[in-house]
Design a protein around this ligand. Structure first.
Ligand SMILES: O=C(O)CCC(=O)C(=O)O
Length: 275
């Protein structure tokens, strides 16, 4: 990470790595995503949530070696680490493609309704762009600097769907990767183009917070058997503390989740956290 990229992530709350993927990796990700999407048909995304006018796929760690491969790429994890600190885990790996010819825009939100706490930031999303992200096809908008406000847009704004005077669009060519401190206010915009706009969301969270999708239970034994020790750790498969905070979390849903208190370690039976 260059000093300039570090500064962008710190000050704006996001950084874009243009055309970061090799053409071969980009092609492999697209092919696997389209294959999963075709195989799942109308069931797609059912493990997580349905979003209007949007094609979503969930639990992708289970659904392709190439998806597992991108999760632990050291160059990308360096950016995640600079947001979350040394101890973090994957919260979920999903895909999102706003439908073509749509006016649907997401409300400005912080992922998981997360507000930075006394330990600092705890959510970070890595967007793997599988198509060009343009002004016409639903590139996400973000409000630079808002990750430091410790406020949720739904509390501060009369209409979180309305244009915001501070917003910028995150546009970039296919194959780019955006790392977003998702305490920053952000959201997808309308895809008015004739084509889908595909991406993956590799969503990471700090070690002490619940996973959005509980990897230990969602993954098959076969997939778990073949995980490297590093991936087992990143997915918190053997982390009893993660199991407790995640299973105790009543509101595992998604970006529109309401406001709730974070799970307190003090309310849980004694187990040693495994940071
Ligand atoms: O895919 C995008 O454009 C961003 C979507 C987003 O922020 C979300 O689904 O939480």
């Amino acid at each position: 990470m260059t000093a300039e990229q570090q500064q962008q992530l710190d000050e704006l709350g996001f950084v874009v790595l243009p055309a970061w993927m090799s053409p071969a990796l980009l092609e492999e990700l697209r092919m696997q995503l389209d294959a999963v999407s075709a195989a799942e048909g109308g069931r797609a995304g059912s493990e997580f949530k349905i979003e209007p006018h949007t094609r979503r796929l969930a639990n992708l760690v289970e659904k392709g070696e190439v998806f597992r491969r991108i999760l632990s790429m050291p160059e990308i994890l360096e950016y995640v680490r600079s947001v979350l600190g040394d101890d973090f885990k994957l919260s979920s790996l999903n895909a999102r493609a706003p439908n073509p010819h749509s006016e649907w825009i997401q409300p400005l939100h912080c992922d998981g309704a997360a507000v930075a706490d006394e330990r600092g930031f705890w959510v970070c999303n890595v967007i793997w762009m599988l198509d060009d992200f343009t002004v016409e096809n639903g590139a996400p908008r973000a409000i630079p600097g808002s990750h430091r406000w410790r406020k949720l847009p739904q509390e501060a704004l009369a209409d979180p769907m309305a244009p915001h005077p501070g917003e910028v669009l995150i546009t970039a060519p296919a194959g780019s990767v955006a790392v977003i401190n998702t305490h920053a206010w952000h959201g997808g915009t309308a895809n008015r183009s004739p084509n889908p706009r595909r991406c993956l969301h590799a969503f990471y969270t700090r070690w002490d917070k619940p996973q959005q999708q509980f990897q230990r239970d969602l993954l098959s034994d076969e997939t778990k058997r073949h995980l490297s020790p590093e991936l087992r750790r990143l997915l918190a498969i053997d982390d009893e503390y993660n199991a407790q905070v995640t299973l105790a979390d009543p509101g595992r849903s998604g970006f529109l989740k309401g406001i709730r208190g974070s799970v307190s370690r003090d309310n849980l039976p004694a187990v040693s956290p495994t940071p």
